[in-house]
Design a protein around this ligand. Structure first.
Ligand code: C2O
Ligand code: CU
Ligand code: CU
Length: 494
């Protein structure tokens, strides 16, 4: 029997985990709502737009539930933004106009471009202003995303809706014949947990919202709660972006079917990896191929949310612990209803792309980073004023350059995180995971990455190919409240 979240809350108090923590994590769910058709963001293909795309940052009202409007933010709409498709080799001009009454930025997460184009905290777009970066697209096909990155406000702005997908495509990827009909057999899926009360979006505030990051009682897919979608009864490609502020998803299908993981943040893997579940931390992306040829409806589910700061340690043991002790089962993220017309067995390519491996022996230097959380806020101190989250003992400062790396060099960055798992993201680079917890990387560490969950020490092989001379690049925890409160640093290239 599955217990309700309420009994879980009681259970958590009994084991002495702390009722405050438990309540703010295991928010009471909303009353069950009607299934809603999955929204698919509009596709803006830069080539069809004459290589120039306009994005308007705007405030608006969104009815996540019919008849119940919430105040939200979006790009060219009221929540989230259009999917931008760009092509390797092109230069794309983007005009971002800020119609908000506050500053914003648009960061191209995963795009390999010089730092002054990156859209980090230093490329502020003032109210009424238009920012016109010209983006040289020079990397392999991949699923990237764009989102607000204003220092101390990224969490609020992304939570409110400022995020969208950015797809890079290239000839190698096209030649593979993977499913690629946007919104039909190639689905963009932005996963976010959000807090709803009375069917309206609310912004979690306070100490716990910072310590554990803003989380919520409702999973949205492309802004759709309780989403259901039709899919062709054949091989379908799903592109997942974890656009949550803090939540890690642990995804699997209700019937435990196997599927193929084909791409990480940096693009296609060398070959597909067959799995039955995948975790996805904030900022991470994966592409998978799933076969719906048996025509049976199936739900994509996630295991319970267990990445909590230290005092919730006993609960942070993942799926089995939560399920065995509390009986909390998986929660539905998205329901698929296959429509079988011409049954065709899906063919998953055996090889995807050849990658040139960077050799770890080329690394010229090792740097160490420790991500930590101060306890000041827990004592009712200065939480929320910034500076309770640290990298190497220091909170982020806009005017301090933390690291200088020679352009073109390869380095080993050894990163570890305290108290919980922190998704670490480095701007302007791609990296590979060399080791985890002193041993081999896990299966999930495969591929070329720009974001990776870190708790015990992880060694990353990082290559600096993009110049950061006119502006710095950031590296930070992608739990946005950690980032906003200081768990971020910046580097330049020399
Ligand atoms: Cu997706 Cu620095 O962020
Ligand atoms: Cu980034
Ligand atoms: Cu963190």
């Amino acid at each position: 029997m599955k217990l309700s979240r309420r009994s879980l809350l009681a259970g958590a108090a009994v084991i002495g985990a702390g009722a405050v923590v438990a309540r703010s994590l295991w928010h009471a769910p909303e009353a069950p709502a009607e299934p809603q058709a999955l929204r698919i963001p509009d596709l803006l293909d830069a080539r069809r737009q004459g290589h120039s795309v306009a994005l308007q940052v705007q405030a608006g009202n969104t009815e996540f539930y019919p008849g119940r409007a919430s105040r939200t933010l979006g790009y060219n709409g009221s929540y989230l933004g259009p999917t931008l498709r760009v092509h390797r080799g092109d230069d794309v001009e983007i005009a971002v106009t800020n119609t908000l009454k506050e500053d914003t930025t648009v960061h191209w997460h995963g795009l390999l471009i010089p730092a002054e184009l990156d859209g980090g905290p230093h490329q502020l777009i003032r109210p009424g202003a238009t920012w016109r970066p010209r983006l040289p697209i020079r990397q392999a096909a991949a699923t990237l995303f764009y989102h607000s990155h204003v220092h101390e406000r990224s969490g609020v702005q992304v939570y409110s809706g400022l995020a969208g997908l950015l797809l890079v495509s290239d000839d190698e990827e096209r030649a593979l014949g993977l499913p690629s009909e946007y919104g039909v057999d190639d689905l963009p899926l932005v996963l976010q947990d959000r807090q709803f009360e009375d069917s309206r979006l609310v912004l979690p505030e306070g100490m716990m919202a910072i310590m554990q990051g803003r989380r919520g009682n409702t999973t949205l897919v492309n802004g759709t709660p309780n989403a259901v979608t039709r899919v062709p009864g054949r091989l379908v490609r799903l592109r997942f972006v974890n656009g949550s502020n803090a939540r890690i998803f642990d995804l699997s299908f209700g019937d435990q079917r196997a599927f193929h993981w084909i791409a990480s943040e940096g693009g296609l893997l060398e070959e597909p990896i067959e799995v039955r579940s995948l975790t996805l931390a904030p900022g991470e992306r994966v592409e998978i191929l799933v076969d719906f040829a048996n025509g049976r409806p199936v739900a994509l589910e996630t295991a319970p949310d267990t990445n909590l700061p230290m005092m919730m340690g006993p609960m942070a043991r993942g799926r089995n612990f939560a399920t065995e002790i509390f009986g909390v089962g998986d929660e539905v993220v998205l329901r698929f209803e296959p429509v079988v017309s011409d049954p065709r067995p899906g063919v998953v390519p055996g090889r995807l792309i050849a990658r040139q491996r960077v050799d770890a022996s080329q690394a010229t230097r090792r740097r160490r980073f420790v991500l930590s959380m101060g306890m000041g806020g827990m004592m009712g101190g200065r939480m929320g004023s910034g500076g309770d989250m640290f990298i190497n003992g220091r909170p982020f400062e806009m005017d301090r350059i933390d690291e200088r790396a020679p352009l073109g060099d390869t380095e080993i960055w050894e990163i570890s995180g305290e108290m919980m798992s922190h998704p670490v993201h480095i701007h302007g680079v791609q990296f590979e995971v060399l080791s985890r917890d002193g041993g081999k990387p896990t299966l999930r560490d495969a591929g070329v990455r720009d974001t990776v969950p870190v708790r015990g020490p992880v060694e990353l092989l990082v290559r600096f190919t993009q110049s950061a001379i006119k502006a710095p690049f950031m590296y930070h925890c992608h739990i946005l409240e950690h980032e906003d409160n200081g768990m971020m640093g910046q580097f330049v290239t020399t």
